[in-house]
Design a protein around this ligand. Structure first.
Ligand code: SF4
Ligand code: SF4
Length: 490
């Protein structure tokens, strides 16, 4: 074959290859069972947490907002019940993210993709959207029929109602999100009156659109093609991680019903090939093909199959949560590995130990963190000034941070600079003393200009500013500084 013919053949092949797989219609059938009820409960709890949290109040006194959970961008604070995080304490948020990451590893290594199947926002909102779809269009078969039906008044009304409710859920979701960033009742009033900031409306519009598209239109496509987590999990699961498994040694060869098979004299497995497990699957896969990345381990196929097994009088668990180790043992006729061996093993202990250590370190650091903060900067120019009596004066800018939501009386003192005294820029030099007293406003940083005067000497000298709360309640900070003098005596 000439090179021209080769190129033509390659071109024909390329024309056949599809770079984009069209999304198949997936209309999961409704199912009832233990895992479905568990998913209902988790959905109710997670949605309630999301929508209700911004409306919870927490009394922090008259100087701080009373919203229990608030990301106050204007004042650069994060409030979480009795905890208040300042921007310079962002490492606590980083610690929380580290804990979330390790927690995800811990959950995955013990119960597989439980996060994906039960608690991931994409799963929860998609589940909610699917229920709305079933409520409007009917169950799986009715949805297929409606899809094929020509457009007419009934179909237009149903489609309008479904997409309208989806958009309303998206609107509520986007609306709830912005309540985390401002006082919820005030912002709600402003939104209704049309006086909220344009960025609030823009954020709601973007989140409404993303919720509608992700939960209503893309659904399982986001899990299969966009989310990196399934890929990461492939590396994290091991032989003793729980996954949803079809027990092929028990189910194969598939029959069409024990009675019919018995009449036909065939020896078949427990699977009656009813396809119920495929019909209820929200990602449209057949778990009998083996473990797959597209399986989010929602366990609805377990409920569907258990119902079928009950109908044909076979024991439940043809599809079940199991480890690969379990499967091998069961297939060989050995008793299943006890669940405690799945949970209690070095890997889970290691993850739990790390997770607990980070958590304890954060709780300890939060418990002992100072609520007063002191930062001192020496004047650059002039470094020093010689006074009439030969003594030396230095100037400093002192930042005093009161991180409590109440005014605090504090004392600023000098340590390690013999014979020194100080006064504020707003004071007369004659009022100088070894300690200055301030009342700091709540939740604020105060800046003071301070002068320190000390006897003449040779060269610079290290000393310390010490800030302490007058009420003695957990507030003390120190900052090292320098007292500059000329190297030579005059
Ligand atoms: S195969 Fe089963 S567990 Fe996996 S996504 Fe489908 S229904 Fe859920
Ligand atoms: S639901 Fe159970 S019996 Fe029905 S096809 Fe699936 S595995 Fe087989």
């Amino acid at each position: 074959m000439s090179s021209h013919q080769n190129r033509a053949a390659a071109k024909r092949e390329g024309a056949k290859a599809r770079l984009y797989a069209r999304r198949p219609d997936i209309f999961p059938r409704a199912v009832d069972g233990f895992y479905r009820r568990l998913k209902w409960a988790i959905m109710a709890v997670t949605l309630a947490i999301y929508y209700v949290t911004p409306w919870l109040r927490w009394d922090r006194g008259p100087y701080a907002p009373d919203q229990a959970v608030l990301i106050d961008l204007a004042r650069r604070r994060f409030y979480f019940f009795s905890i208040e995080i300042w921007p310079h304490e962002f490492y606590y948020v980083a610690g929380l993210l580290v804990m979330a990451g390790i927690g995800l590893f811990l959950v995955t290594s013990t119960v597989g993709r439980a996060w994906c199947g039960y608690a991931c926002p994409q799963t929860v909102w998609t589940d909610l959207f699917l229920h709305v779809e079933r409520f409007i269009d009917g169950d799986r078969n009715a949805q297929f029929r409606l899809k094929k039906a020509p457009w007419g008044p009934a179909k237009i009304v149903r489609r309008g109602a479904k997409h309208g409710i989806w958009l309303a859920i998206g609107l509520l979701t986007g609306g709830a999100w912005i309540f985390y960033f401002a006082d919820a009742p005030t912002l709600a009033r402003a939104l209704v009156e049309g006086s909220a900031a344009p960025v609030a409306y823009a954020t709601i519009a973007v989140l409404t659109a993303t919720t509608y598209v992700f939960g209503g239109l893309m659904r399982e496509q986001l899990c299969i093609y966009m989310c990196p987590w399934p890929r990461i999990q492939g590396a994290m699961l091991d032989e003793r991680s729980l996954i949803v498994t079809y027990k092929d040694w028990r189910g194969e060869p598939r029959g069409k019903g024990l009675k019919r098979d018995a009449e036909a004299g065939e020896k078949v497995g427990d699977c009656i090939d009813c396809n119920a497990c495929v019909a209820v699957c929200p990602t449209g896969i057949d778990i009998r093909d083996g473990a797959q990345m597209a399986c989010i381990t929602c366990a609805l196929c377990i409920d569907a199959c258990d119902q079928m097994m009950a109908k044909v009088g076979r024991p439940r668990g043809l599809i079940d949560y199991a480890t690969l180790e379990d499967c091998k043992a069961e297939a060989a006729g050995a008793p299943p590995v006890p669940i405690r061996r799945t949970v209690l093993r070095p890997r889970t202990f290691l993850y739990f130990g790390l997770w607990g250590a980070v958590g304890l370190a954060m709780v300890f650091a939060l418990g002992v963190r100072p609520r007063l903060d002191l930062h001192v900067a020496h004047d650059r120019n002039p470094l020093w000034v010689r006074m009439a009596d030969g003594s030396i004066r230095n100037g400093y800018t002192v930042k005093l941070r009161n991180m409590e939501s109440r005014p605090r009386a504090v004392t600023l003192a000098l340590e390690g600079l013999p014979g020194a005294a100080m006064w504020g820029a707003m004071q007369d030099e004659g009022e100088r003393s070894t300690a200055l007293h301030f009342t700091l406003p709540p939740d604020r940083v105060s800046e003071q200009r301070i002068f320190v005067r000390a006897p003449a000497g040779a060269g610079s000298e290290d000393f310390t500013f010490v800030l302490s709360a007058d009420d003695g309640e957990g507030g003390r900070d120190r900052d090292e500084s320098k007292f500059e003098r000329p190297e030579e005596q005059p």
